[in-house]
Write a protein that binds this ligand. Structure first.
Ligand code: 5XR
Ligand code: SF4
Length: 302
């Protein structure tokens, strides 16, 4: 099947199924181009609540589709391929959380949305990179159990002055861990007029050299403030930004910063997902209920 035919079929099936396609900012251009909504995981999950559709095809990694399902239990949520998973979210197990709770029984558990539904069920509150500082600041405890990203944990510790106990201790994203000080120097040398937008999943020494530290949603909101940017996150973000701001310049800090889980989804998977109604995301009700509470607490606190 040619690409045009696949797109035509997707449009036809979308109508037939009363479905919408949501895609994360890191998706392949061909997938971004057929999406009804683009954004970071939380923006998409929130949009999913208001959208009038029976089916949501979620082009993103599994924890994002789970979050959408938790907030939309009555809708069918489909993940186009089972290979779309987040290596960082998979680093954190329930055992890690329970172990830390034994050591710090009074400390609240704060989990980055990049975590499984099961882990979220053990959280007091979830956070995104955009609201983590505010949420942790407002908890009345000076020690906080935080997972699974140690670099976002470092950023939160720095901004709040609180003691952050990271679970697991080495939790990180291998895509953002690729960025080094050499990348910063090369960026400054090649693009002297550009500012650096850096995701908080990058290592602390790279964060320190940033002009702004922001989630992908924040990158979109802040891009209007300058004409030229070097982007320190998954490389497809540049495609997304360039399409939104055709008159500005965006450069990926590294061409090889690609997330394998995100890139596992192709246009053909999206089509087959709609055709065969696969792969349906389910979250056990007792897990979903507890995870929903942690997510809703975040929404109230931010
Ligand atoms: O998963 C990621 O690495 C991307 C991201 C983002 O900035 O888009 O961190 N995921 C977000 O949905 C989480 C929100 O802060
Ligand atoms: Fe997970 Fe990193 Fe991929 Fe984001 S970029 S989905 S944190 S592996």
């Amino acid at each position: 099947m040619e690409r045009e035919d696949i797109i035509e079929e997707i449009l036809r099936l979308k109508e037939e199924r009363n479905a919408v396609i949501m895609a994360h900012n890191y998706q392949l251009p061909e997938v971004q181009d057929v999406a009804d909504f683009l954004g970071d995981s939380l923006e998409l999950a929130r949009k999913a609540v208001n959208v009038d559709a029976d089916v949501i095809v979620f082009a993103g990694v599994d924890f994002m589709a789970e979050t959408a399902k938790i907030l939309n239990p009555e809708k069918k949520v489909l993940l186009p391929t089972r290979r779309a998973t987040c290596a960082m979210a998979n680093m954190l197990t329930v055992e890690h959380i329970l172990e830390a709770k034994k050591k710090y029984p009074e400390a609240p558990v704060v989990l980055y949305v990049n975590s499984s539904a099961e882990a979220k069920a053990y959280a007091d509150v979830t956070v995104t990179s955009a609201n983590a500082v505010k949420v942790v600041q407002n908890l009345d405890s000076d020690v906080v159990i935080f997972g699974p990203d140690k670099n976002l944990g470092h950023y939160v510790a720095k901004m709040t002055g609180k003691r952050i106990v990271v679970v697991p201790p080495n939790g990180h994203c291998y895509v953002h861990a690729k960025f080094t000080l050499e990348d910063v120097e090369r960026a400054r040398g090649l693009h002297p007029k550009a500012k650096l937008m850096v995701h908080p999943e990058c290592e602390p020494q790279v964060q320190e050299k940033a002009d702004i530290i922001v989630s992908t949603g924040g990158m979109i909101r802040k891009a209007c403030e300058h004409d030229e940017w070097v982007v320190f996150t998954e490389r497809e973000m540049v495609y997304r930004l360039q399409r939104l701001y055709p008159n500005k310049k965006f450069y990926p800090a590294r061409e090889d910063a690609t997330c394998i889980g995100m890139k596992a989804i192709t246009l053909r998977h999206v089509y087959e997902s709609l055709r065969d109604m696969k792969y349906e995301i389910t979250v056990r009700e007792e897990i979903a209920e507890r995870a929903r509470r942690a997510i809703e607490r975040m929404l109230e606190m931010s």
